[in-house]
Design a protein around this ligand. Structure first.
Ligand SMILES: Nc1ncnc2c1ncn2[C@@H]1O[C@H](COP(=O)(O)OP(=O)(O)OP(=O)(O)O)[C@@H](O)[C@H]1O
Ligand SMILES: CC(C)(CO)[C@@H](O)C(=O)NCCC(=O)O
Ligand SMILES: [Mn+2]
Length: 841
């Protein structure tokens, strides 16, 4: 079945079309993280930039996906009504697309060239939107590159790919990349102390000055004072290359990761000379040195009559790692001190998201500055230069993007390989599924949730042993912990937030381990039922079953990965987790798992609506208002995301359950502001009613919820002269109603109700239905309008920092917000404060 057109609306519902012919897992598919190449895929690449360093090549590329905004009637009328035109928005050369991050070893330049050439990344160019595989190669193609390799390998690029390298200064790029990340990515920076990671919210207006320390092969220290305003104040030749180079010689390790992994089982006391070794086991407390402080790295090797073979490679690696990390931390501190800088951001791939490395650097900064300076790390640590080079092409307008226009997504392979899938996610289902199947075995180490290790403790002057989390290091790529950045220029901050800076959508703190466990259990237990529904929604075919299976595996792997490391994908909130599930379904092309259930429940609810409306109309105002609110609460019980609710379904017909539930909604409720609302709506002794001008009703589920709960409430508002905007999801999530589905539902309901009919006509929702109204009259209605807008989300929760431009426009004249349902009003936004009246039901 063709996916509904709504999938092309915001966020990542639509994947670019990929040509998967000849797609292959390269090398041994039994490997932990094989490379997947899509030789013929013609994702519309429009931009590529490189940072070629002494050790690694970093590649950032952009893939566009067409703006397939449909011609759907609802959108057009909404745009007209709300006065949204494309003219009053800045037009971005990048109209949505994705940024991908990939890296290669510099010694394997050929692999990188093959990759670029197989994906035709070099033939893009920003002004070749309509580039396709038949177009002749651009003879004058130029790609932006930085790092020493931009100079060293320029000829090879010309020879092999026929492209010229446009060289950008390395320091310029590092600074531009860091500034962009710190301003545009929420929670890009974090601290890491004693095994504890904490994301920091950086105020873009209070970013400068800071010290940027890039730990690549060598180390550069840059004092950054503003956009393009910086000075390289220091550097050290003892850096990542030193650790990897010396480590390789001393331990015979074959890879950087192996070396790092060794360190996790090491004990540096066998090789480092400690203060205690010199002071006969005692602290040198007079100058603040504990006995366990390293007095001299590798110092024990001088007195011992041991040879290299007599030392454990594990101990050597740890000793080396500590030596270099402390040294860098200390020099960084000294430079921060020199210029009075309080914040030090560390980048470069030496860090590699490795907990112990970060702890060690943080410790040094903290120790030497006595807590005055703070070490912070960046999620896109190694990509600063490449991003900066990418940004140096001004034509793409990337630097104008703001936090709310970026959405980071972790594709299905992320728990296994992270950024190592070369290119955009596989689009071919078959390929995806078999890939998933292949990885099930390999992935057992992460699909079995691992309890989180207790934090390591630190004594004065150093840690005893690394606070390692198990003995195997996560494969290099997945430790990148960076997803694909989706650029969605149409997203906006909801204008009615009282304090957007302080707004936090998530009510529940998932850094509380018991909360995390609770939600993982809920999601895991719900999974089999969800898979059943999803498979059924696609006709229950064998193909659907295979996809369902692969979806379950992929989602479980994400869950296990996050259970093991909750911050693996950045700061984790419940909203992210629920959205991840929906994205995962979409990735396996389950576009609307609850489609038929929603349809069935809509029909059943519409059938009983006329009776309900009659019942309501017989009541006096006061009783009716209370019944309406109770009705919203009662109808929200119909929620397929909740086990307890689904069990209720066996207890009777929809209207029976609805009435039964409504009767149970006895006041006072746990949080009960009904009297306030009533006073505003109906007035009180001395006060007149003060109808609202426009209400935004954030609706939740299909069926009874929206039809028996929210529509009657909307009708009451309309009757009182309040314009009503129904705000619904852009993409399906569970049994939530979508903005695409609502107009039909309203049209059906309008057949039984003049108030709804006139309002829907006025709101442009009933263009077709005009002819078959109840009395056949076509007189121009004088009603206030009823409208439908999409919210920009595809999840049961809503993050009001990233909503559709439609919703933002509708909000401008709104003075009442009604948030309905667990996801929108409780799990998220329970603590949200607004500039106008808000009802959370
Ligand atoms: N898979 C890996 N292979 C090699 N080195 C790695 C790997 N992962 C992390 N590293 C570490 O990262 C360092 C390289 O970091 P980065 O890519 O930031 O520097 P670079 O740009 O290559 O070097 P420079 O900027 O000094 O030219 C290596 O020296 C090593 O310490
Ligand atoms: C030479 C660069 C800038 C190349 O990236 C880097 O490796 C570095 O900063 N090395 C340290 C050189 C110094 O001692 O200042
Ligand atoms: Mn570099």
């Amino acid at each position: 079945m063709a996916p509904p057109a709504s999938n092309s609306i915001h966020r990542s519902g639509s994947r670019p079309q990929l040509d998967l012919s000849k797609a292959a897992i390269q090398g041994n598919s039994e490997e932990r993280d094989p490379t997947i190449l899509l030789p013929n895929q013609s994702d519309d690449i429009s931009h590529l930039a490189l940072d070629i360093g002494g050790s690694l090549i970093k590649l950032v590329y952009f893939s566009r996906h067409e703006d397939r905004s449909s011609d759907d009637k609802r959108k057009k009328t909404v745009k007209e009504r709300l006065g949204i035109s494309n003219g009053n928005r800045r037009s971005y050369p990048i109209l949505g697309g994705r940024l991908h991050f990939v890296k290669f070893e510099t010694s394997k330049l050929n692999e990188c060239l093959d990759f670029i050439s197989s994906k035709q990344l070099h033939r893009g160019g920003i002004d070749s939107h309509r580039w396709n595989s038949e177009a002749p190669a651009n003879e004058n193609a130029v790609i932006k590159a930085t790092g020493g390799g931009a100079f060293k390998f320029a000829d090879i690029f010309k020879e092999r790919l026929g492209v010229s390298i446009d060289k950008e200064d390395e320091m310029d790029c590092l600074v531009a990349g860091a500034n962009f990340l710190l301003k545009a990515i929420r929670h890009e920076a974090f601290t890491h102390m004693e095994g504890h990671k904490e994301f920091v919210q950086i105020d873009p207006n209070d970013l400068f000055p800071y010290l940027l320390v890039n730990i690549g092969s060598g180390v550069s220290m840059i004092k950054v004072d503003g956009e393009g305003k910086f000075q390289r104040v220091s550097g050290t030749n003892v850096g990542g290359g030193t650790y990897w180079g010396l480590g390789r010689l001393l331990t015979k390790c074959k890879s950087f990761d192996e070396l790092l992994e060794l360190s996790q089982r090491g004990d540096n006391r066998t090789i480092d000379m400690l203060v205690g070794d010199i002071y006969g086991g005692m602290d040198y407390s007079k100058i603040g040195l504990s006995a366990s402080t390293i007095a001299s790295s590798f110092g024990k090797a001088i007195s011992d009559k041991k040879e290299l073979e007599d030392y454990r490679p594990e101990d050597i690696s740890l000793s080396l790692l500590r030596m270099i990390s402390y040294n860098i931390g200390q020099i960084s501190y000294l430079n921060a001190l020199r210029f009075g800088l309080k914040r030090i951001f560390f980048g470069g791939f030496f860090i590699r998201g490795h907990a112990y490395t970060m702890d060690t650097i943080s410790f040094a900064v903290q120790f030497w500055s006595q807590g005055e300076a703070q070490a912070m790390f960046l999620r896109h640590e190694g990509f600063l230069g490449a991003l900066g080079a990418f940004m140096s092409n001004e034509k793409h307008g990337l630097d104008d993007l703001m936090v709310h226009q970026l959405v980071e997504r972790f594709p299905m392979g992320a728990p296994y390989t992270g950024g190592k899938i070369h290119g955009p996610p596989l689009g071919d289902l078959n390929e995806k599924i078999s890939w998933m199947e292949k990885f099930v075995l390999k992935g057992t180490e992460i699909t079995a949730p691992v309890p989180m290790a207790p934090h390591g403790t630190t004594g004065l002057g150093g840690f005893e042993v690394p606070s390692s989390k198990g003995c195997t290091l996560r494969s290099d790529a997945s430790a990148l912990n960076v997803g694909v950045l989706h650029l969605v220029p149409t997203l906006e901050v909801f204008p009615l937030l009282a304090d957007p800076k302080m707004y936090e959508p998530n009510t529940i703190d998932l850094s509380d381990h018991s909360e995390l466990e609770y939600w993982f259990t809920v999601l895991s237990e719900h999974l089999p039922d969800l898979v059943d529904k999803a498979v059924a929604s696609e006709g229950g075919t064998d193909d659907a079953k295979r996809r369902g299976d692969a979806f379950a595996r992929a989602f479980s792997a994400h869950l296990a990965r996050l259970m093991e490391e909750p911050a693996a994908y950045g700061k984790l909130g419940l909203a992210n987790l629920l959205e991840l599930r929906e994205e995962c379904l979409r990735e396996f092309q389950f576009h609307d798992a609850y489609r038929s259930i929603k349809q069935r429940e809509n029909e059943a609810s519409l059938a009983v609506l006329p009776d309900l409306l009659m019942e309501l109309d017989r009541m006096d105002e006061e009783a009716r208002l209370l019944t309406l609110i109770e009705g919203v609460l009662a109808a929200n019980i119909f929620d397929w995301g909740s086990r307890a609710c689904v069990d209720l379904y066996h207890k009777g017909t929809i209207i029976e359950i609805y009435r039964m539930s409504r009767d149970k909604m006895q006041r006072p409720w746990r949080v009960d502001d009904f009297d306030l609302f009533k006073e505003r709506m109906l007035g009180s002794k001395g006060k007149k009613p003060r109808p609202h001008k426009r209400a935004l009703l954030f609706v939740d589920n299909s069926g009874a919820d929206v039809i028996l709960g929210m529509l009657p409430l909307a009708r009451e508002l309309l009757r009182r002269g309040t314009e009503v905007v129904l705000v619904a999801n852009s993409l399906p999530a569970l049994n939530d109603v979508t903005a695409m589905e609502l107009p039909d539902i309203v049209a059906e309901a309008a057949k039984h109700c003049d108030i709804l009919r006139r309002a829907a006509e006025a709101g442009g929702l009933l263009v077709d239905a005009m002819n078959n109204t109840l009395d056949g009259s076509k007189e121009n209605s004088s009603s206030v309008p009823l409208m439908v807008v999409e919210n920009g989300c595809g999840s049961p929760c809503i993050d009001l920092r990233q909503v559709s431009s439609e919703l933002a426009a509708a909000a401008k004249d709104a003075d009442l917000i009604i948030l309905e349902g667990m996801g929108r009003a409780l799990h998220t936004n329970f603590n949200a404060r607004f500039k106008c009246d808000a009802l959370k039901i």
